[in-house]
Design a protein around this ligand. Structure first.
Ligand code: GLA
Ligand code: GLA
Length: 692
């Protein structure tokens, strides 16, 4: 879809029918005088740019007053881009409502949990559920679609921008009304709602739907199921808004694909993208690196998860940065090689488009210190040279366009429901970090050179020999059955602390933890033993792990469990040496026929997990596809199509790394020394192998 966006569009931006990777940026020409636009097109051509996103924040410019429209400048921009052979991913321009609208209709402004109005002055100051906002926004969408339906530069529609980035949680009266409607659909009756929310507790029983509110600022812990439902509702409200814009676009331009940019990255939690993906024609994502010891792993993890959300099909990297951003406490510049490596890591995980925020670095406004393809210094700069170099590399990689991901043998399950529910308040610990636990497993696998897919529970989980489901907290009965069948059929399930504990209503499964998974795991936990920040519980690997690993001691943090084992099919793979449950099991494995179910009761972190994982992987007969010397230093990702397999080899280190024994036709990167492929520091090589 994306590889052919540019080539198969009826008019084609440049008439060339060959599939290719898309390359470009958000382009905000309204920030610049017209004479700069010509220069922009020339530099875009020099850099190899073939697509830009236009109009994202242009509402006030396009519609200066309620009944006044100014499209002349945008017509000009579209024409110039088309003449330059550059396609347009055209925004619906609804992301930031103009001052005339918020002045006339302050009732579209979001309200916080404590009742404060979120005033205009930045962007995205609109309520997802406001009928007034929706009417004005959809009027603009219709105008845009009618105006540009047949413009030859138009290749895709870009709905709004990062829906929910700043406005996912709105506690206004509009939200209250929409929340009640959503709850009526979910529960049908008040009795159903009262049961699900456990309103027998603290005298919360509702006798009329009108009594129900969003979880606004309360005297103590708000009802947990109300909170969880409000998270579900808030994600759904934005999804519903996305559908409303999309439906207008599809009505007027049924042949133009529609997307919206997701934010699968650290720190973004409110939107259940696994559940949004079906609403659009192709998945797009924005990603920014936040400095952290695991930041490169996090980039790979996010790109991998986007691929999972996209069902393994190619997706569109709508935004990332050429260098520093402006919104972190300290905004570090990328080092030489990082711009290309970060981009190509997304391509490795299925991106068929590499785009940046933004084309030309702003001279004014809140993002003037955010890097861009053309920095303040101009085109005579290392950033622009790196941008141009990446354009060349992406042309070399044109053959991978359209290829899908080759499934790995290990899957990591990432579940928004468990993420939301496990991190709510009034829990055994407030230190639990769902995404970090999943990332730790991913980091450990990277360190061992073992490829893994990050997938949502909607994926075909049976394809994986090993399925790691960290903190799978919410387990409805049907999911417990599915996982049991998975292990009975020979799959190897691995799960962790605080898994299986509650059902979809956030009610605890009784009789001992891990509740819904207790039988499958063959263990019983009578009590949790969370650890204070800084405290550790030492864990000793024992029987059932390969020779060499037995006896190894590692430290658990965050959590321990008081585990009893009464099933003879359960082996204890590790025991606590210290901590509240010293001498008791820390890691257990139950064998079921050819399959197994493993439980890890503490947080081992990337290092501890890379000590434990070889035992779990060996049991499932899964190993590394990388040669010895490259394991841990190189990340391998594989895409494939009818023409072949594409091996992406990404150097995770700052040193050259030889990769012996992997052969194929080099598409880009790497150098050959004595018959061995050598990756440059932070370098990426792509090899094509014949299809098997
Ligand atoms: C987001 C937004 C962009 C810009 C960048 C800055 O991705 O969509 O408009 O604000 O962040 O990093
Ligand atoms: C107080 C309250 C109880 C209960 C406990 C929990 O004592 O009176 O209702 O909330 O705290 O610690």
């Amino acid at each position: 879809m994306i590889s052919t966006l540019l080539s198969q569009h009826p008019h084609g931006p440049d008439g060339d029918p060959t599939p290719r990777l898309a390359y470009g940026a958000d382009y905000n020409p309204e920030q610049w005088p017209r004479e700069v636009w010509q220069d922009d097109i020339r530099l875009m051509q020099e850099a190899g740019v073939n697509i830009v996103s236009v109009g994202i924040f242009s509402w006030a410019r396009i519609q200066p007053a309620e009944d006044e429209w100014d499209f002349a400048w945008l017509d000009d921009v579209m024409d110039l881009l088309h003449a330059g052979g550059i396609g347009v991913d055209l925004a619906t321009a609804t992301a930031s409502p103009p001052p005339w609208l918020t002045t006339a209709h302050p009732e579209i402004l979001p309200v916080t949990a404590s009742g404060e109005t979120v005033w205009p002055g930045a962007r995205q100051h609109w309520r997802p559920t406001s009928p007034v906002f929706r009417a004005h926004a959809l009027r603009l969408v219709r105008k845009m679609a009618e105006r540009y339906a047949h413009h030859p530069a138009l290749v895709a529609w870009h709905v709004s921008n990062e829906l929910g980035c700043h406005n996912v949680y709105d506690f206004s009266d509009d939200a209250a009304r929409a929340f009640r409607d959503w709850l009526r659909v979910r529960y049908s009756t008040l009795d159903g709602l009262n049961h699900a929310w456990g309103t027998a507790f603290w005298s919360q029983r509702y006798s009329d739907w009108e009594q129900i509110l969003p979880p606004r600022l309360a005297a103590s812990h708000p009802n947990p199921t109300q909170q969880l439902d409000f998270k579900r509702f808030s994600s759904d409200a934005l999804k519903e808004y996305l559908r409303a814009e999309r439906d207008v676009l599809r009505e007027i331009t049924p042949d133009v694909p529609v997307t919206t940019n997701f934010m699968v990255m650290g720190g973004t939690k409110g939107m259940n993208y696994a559940d949004w993906a079906d609403e659009i024609d192709f998945v797009s994502n924005d990603h920014y690196v936040v400095p952290d010891p695991q930041d490169r792993d996090e980039l790979s993890f996010s790109a991998n998860l986007v691929s999972g959300i996209s069902g393994g099909r190619p997706w569109f990297l709508m935004e990332h940065s050429t260098s520093a951003v402006n919104w972190q406490p300290v905004n570090v510049a990328k080092r030489p090689g990082e711009l290309a490596r970060d981009s190509l890591l997304h391509v490795a995980h299925g991106a068929d488009a590499v785009c940046f925020f933004q084309w030309r670095q702003s001279a004014a406004g809140a993002e003037k210190y955010h890097s861009a393809m053309v920095p303040h210094a101009g085109s005579d700069s290392d950033v622009f040279r790196a941008v141009t170099g990446l354009g060349r590399t992406l042309r070399e990689l044109a053959p991978v366009a359209g290829s899908t991901r080759e499934p790995a043998r290990v899957g990591i399950v990432f579940d928004w429901e468990s993420w939301w529910a496990s991190e709510q308040d009034s829990h055994p610990t407030s230190l639990l970090d769902y995404r970090r636990e999943a990332l730790d497993w991913y980091s450990a696998l990277l360190a061992l050179g073992v490829r893994a897919d990050v997938v949502t529970p909607r994926a075909d989980l049976d394809t994986y020999q090993v399925l790691i489901a960290p903190v799978l907290h919410v387990v409805p009965a049907a999911l417990a059955k599915q996982l049991t069948r998975y292990t009975e059929n020979g799959g190897h399930l691995v799960t962790t602390y605080f898994s299986g504990v509650v059902d979809e209503n956030d009610h605890v499964w009784l009789g001992g933890y891990p509740g819904a998974l207790r039988e499958l795991l063959g263990i019983r936990v009578e009590e949790f033993g969370p650890l204070l920040d800084g405290d550790t519980a030492d864990v000793r690997l024992g029987d059932g792990v390969p020779d060499g690993a037995a006896g190894r001691v590692t430290s658990g943090t965050l959590w321990t469990d008081r585990i009893s084992v009464d099933d003879p099919e359960v082996e204890v793979l590790a025991r606590y040496l210290t901590g509240p449950f010293a001498d008791r099991p820390a890691v257990t494995r139950r064998t079921l026929g050819r399959g197994s179910a493993t439980y890890v009761s503490t947080r081992l972190g990337p290092d501890g997990l890379s000590g434990l994982l070889p035992a779990l992987l060996a049991h499932a007969e899964v190993g590394s596809e990388l040669p010895d010397g490259a394991r841990g230093k190189v990340e391998l990702a594989v895409r494939r199509d009818a023409a072949g397999r594409y091996l992406f080899l990404v150097n995770r280190t700052d040193e050259p790394v030889p990769v012996a024994g992997l052969t194929g036709e080099p598409l880009t990167g790497g150098a050959e020394e004595d018959g061995t492929l050598v990756l440059s520091p932070r370098g990426v090589a792509v090899l094509r192998q014949p299809a098997t």
